[in-house]
Design a protein around this ligand. Structure first.
Ligand SMILES: [Zn+2]
Ligand SMILES: [Zn+2]
Length: 476
């Protein structure tokens, strides 16, 4: 897996593979499929955080202690080395040399490569656009993220257990790292890979004379981490655009985006900045209108006003932006665009009309625009539309989404985007399945009226629990 071309977006995988992978996973801890064939693993820090909250000594100490967390429950020993080591640790920003650019503050916090023969195997990178701290409410807890990442670096994938450091979310500080006890799920996972620890945990080795780290201050621990209030609140906003890219759901708002992986987890409660991830949109980007992944060549197309941009993965192609007139659209902007899996055509939405474009012939189909009402039950002036992995179609407007199953063109259900996608708690006084969006309600007379199917969407997402890239994009 390490030899495959690497991307910051998930791998492109075919439908048949998608079907094969669409199995509900039973066990909780999950293994990467590779492990170290030795018990002594060397590590060193190659570059340090520049964020100023943790000095080099504190960083060394926290990373040392994060390794000890795994060493205490396994036969593995982690030795600080020099020169060539198994686990090389770096703090980097954006593009940092491995083909997996970081995305600025928020979003992805760190990533680690699974064990193996490749020279990057085990290497662990922290996004230095995060504010790295220790045991504080503000910033991102280096100890917590390091324990999680080192779990990947020794061969653990994400766990679905309720209590696990390998859950795909950042869960906030873990308290004093010297005292941190791994949840049982993680202990079982590591035992499965390397067997049980034989000898009793002895003295903490202090065999490295060069190692004399200072103690970072230890304020009182905070058990949970809240999303940063300076970002838009994903639980109450209407999104500008949605897209299914490589099987992951992307939600765009202003110059930010949230990303939901195939397993259904948010990469981060805090959004990432569009321009830190996609290279080539206007630097003063305010918002995007629409985004979709082109089926013919897996390029990603962004629409802003009367212009569009085409990206190969995260890099814009030369010659863009171009006018949306290229598609035969007589418009100054589009509300939404997506590819319908059932005929491979691209649909553009504006107001109460839609157009159908043929990517093979590079021509708008005859007879368009047509009235939006042909998609029975969706409101006009949509925010976004996407197909999701199993071919269902999702329409978004305001804080609501409408679902059409498979190749059907009639709404099956509607629910709250916050609940169904954004992992938000149900507001205490918000009636389920109701939405203040009157246009939406008027479309929902009939058999599906009043149904709240947020949990159904979550079940669907849970059923798609898979692991793809050789690289686990943390906290992810
Ligand atoms: Zn990296
Ligand atoms: Zn992870």
């Amino acid at each position: 897996m390490m030899k495959k071309p690497r991307c910051s977006l998930p791998d492109i995988i075919g439908t048949s593979e998608m079907m094969r992978r669409r199995r509900r996973r039973r066990k909780r801890y999950a293994l990467a499929g590779s492990l170290w064939k030795k018990k002594v693993i060397t590590w060193r820090v190659n570059s340090y955080t520049r964020s100023g909250h943790l000095d080099q000594g504190s960083t060394e100490r926290l990373l040392y202690e994060a390794f000890q967390v795994w060493s205490r429950v396994s036969p593995l020993k982690f030795e600080r080395g020099s020169g060539e080591v198994d686990i090389l640790i770096d703090f980097g920003r954006s593009h940092h040399g491995d083909g997996y650019p970081f995305d600025g503050a928020g979003g992805t916090l760190a990533h680690a490569f699974f064990p193996g023969e490749h020279h990057l195997a085990g290497d662990t990178h922290f996004d230095d656009d995060e504010m790295w701290t220790y045991n504080r409410e503000e910033g991102t807890d280096l100890a917590a993220v390091a324990v999680h990442e080192f779990g990947h670096a020794i061969g653990l994938a994400h766990s679905s257990a309720g209590a696990s450091i390998m859950r795909p979310y950042y869960q906030g500080p873990i308290g004093t790292v010297e005292d941190y006890q791994l949840p049982l799920d993680d202990v079982y996972g590591i035992e499965q890979l390397y067997g049980r620890r034989k000898e009793s945990p002895g003295e903490r080795p202090k065999d490295d004379p060069a190692w004399n780290p200072s103690n970072p201050e230890v304020p009182r621990p905070h058990p949970s981490s809240k999303p940063d209030p300076s970002f838009p609140d994903r639980c109450t906003i209407a999104f500008d655009a949605v897209a299914n890219i490589r099987g992951e759901a992307f939600f765009f708002k202003d110059h930010y985006f949230w990303r939901i992986q195939r397993a259904g987890n948010l990469v981060s409660l805090n959004p990432a900045q569009i321009n830190n991830f996609w290279n080539g949109l206007p630097t003063d980007l305010k918002k995007v209108d629409s985004v979709y992944e082109r089926m013919t060549d897996n390029k990603i197309v962004f629409f802003i006003g009367a212009q569009y941009w085409v990206f190969t993965n995260t890099e814009v192609e030369p010659g863009y932006p171009r006018p949306i007139g290229d598609f035969g659209l007589p418009l100054d902007s589009v509300d939404a665009a997506f590819i319908w899996a059932h005929n491979g055509k691209t649909y553009f939405f504006k107001g109460d009309e839609f157009w159908r474009y043929d990517e093979q012939r590079k021509k708008m189909d005859m007879g368009y625009p047509k009235k939006l009402g042909l998609w029975k039950g969706v409101p006009p002036n949509l925010d976004g539309v996407m197909g999701h992995n199993n071919g269902d179609t999702y329409f978004f407007k305001g804080t609501t989404y409408w679902k059409m199953r498979g190749g059907e063109i009639e709404v099956e259900s509607r629910a709250s985007t916050a609940q169904g996608w954004m992992h938000c708690d149900v507001p205490p006084n918000a009636p389920r399945g109701q939405d203040p969006d009157a246009e939406g309600c008027s479309c929902m007379k009939g058999r599906n009226a009043g149904l709240a199917l947020g949990p159904a969407a979550l079940c669907l997402l849970a059923a798609l629990l898979v692991h793809h890239c050789s690289l686990q994009l943390l906290t992810d």
